[in-house]
Design a protein around this ligand. Structure first.
Ligand SMILES: [Zn+2]
Length: 260
């Protein structure tokens, strides 16, 4: 117990707020006789903008939404990667709710769906561009709100990664901007001002680390603006301008040849 205690203290000293609790849960070794969790492998198709695509180019979004690019067909290898990621999510959800009691199941995979009426399957008009065109934003936060003792409330998003990626500093990493933008959108929808990206190392030794993200209304507004621009272009039958940092690398660059 003393050894675990000192490890806990060491983790706390690294200023992590959630990871020490998760590791301590494993370290205590006091488990229920069975841990049940469900894996939800199927992504529902919809007509919404999604936080996971926050940084996608306006032209790419336009192409995807209008069916100008084929739906991605994933290889068996890629499907395995997704499936294992879902498994980790299920386990961590169970630990967070049943093991640690940091939230209830209501905060797990909380759905946000703005601008849409599920009953009539139509826009509800609550999201309109300045030109009056309706649109929809939808997403699911892994944990919309968890209460960490003595630390406060956080939105938590779990990202599973292979060791090679996990070993890199999250700050400055390939996915940092994308993941942060996604979480900042969830935070805006949840109206919460801090979040944790929990990085989970899929292969051994299965380390956890966390990355703090603060609310960022400027970034969020710029993403909503971009989405509204796509919506207006769709309504007007115009192909949006590429909004990539480097348009030569735009994934949609060869789709609309001859368009400005
Ligand atoms: Zn582009």
């Amino acid at each position: 117990v003393a050894r675990l205690g000192s490890k806990f203290a060491k983790n706390m000293a690294r200023k992590e707020v959630l990871v020490p609790h998760l590791n301590n849960w494993f370290g205590r070794g006091i488990f229920p006789d069975a841990i049940g969790f469900k894996v939800h492998p199927n992504k529902e198709k919809d007509n919404a903008f999604h936080p996971s695509g926050a940084l996608k180019c306006a032209r790419v979004l336009y192409a995807e939404r209008d069916g100008h690019v084929d739906g991605q067909k994933h290889s068996a290898d890629t499907q395995k990667i997704f499936m294992i990621g879902h498994m980790y999510h299920g386990l961590i959800q169970n630990i967070m709710v049943e093991g640690l009691g940091f939230c209830t199941w209501d905060e797990v995979e909380k759905e946000y769906d703005f601008g849409w009426d599920k009953e009539t399957s139509d826009f509800d008009g609550s999201l309109l561009t300045e030109k009056g065109n309706p649109y929809r934003i939808r997403g699911f936060a892994d944990f919309s709100r968890v209460v960490i003792p003595g630390k406060g409330e956080y939105l938590v998003d779990v990202k599973t990664m292979m060791s090679r990626i996990y070993a890199q500093e999250f700050t400055g990493s390939f996915n940092q901007d994308k993941y942060e933008a996604q979480v900042k959108l969830y935070m805006d929808m949840e109206d919460i001002d801090q979040a944790i990206i929990l990085c989970v190392e899929k292969d051994g030794p299965h380390r956890f680390k966390e990355h703090l993200v603060m609310a960022d209304s400027d970034l969020v507004e710029s993403i909503y603006d971009k989405w509204e621009y796509v919506v207006d272009c769709e309504a007007e039958g115009e192909v949006p301008d590429c909004t990539c940092d480097h348009s030569v690398e735009c994934p949609a660059r060869s789709l609309y040849l001859g368009v400005g």
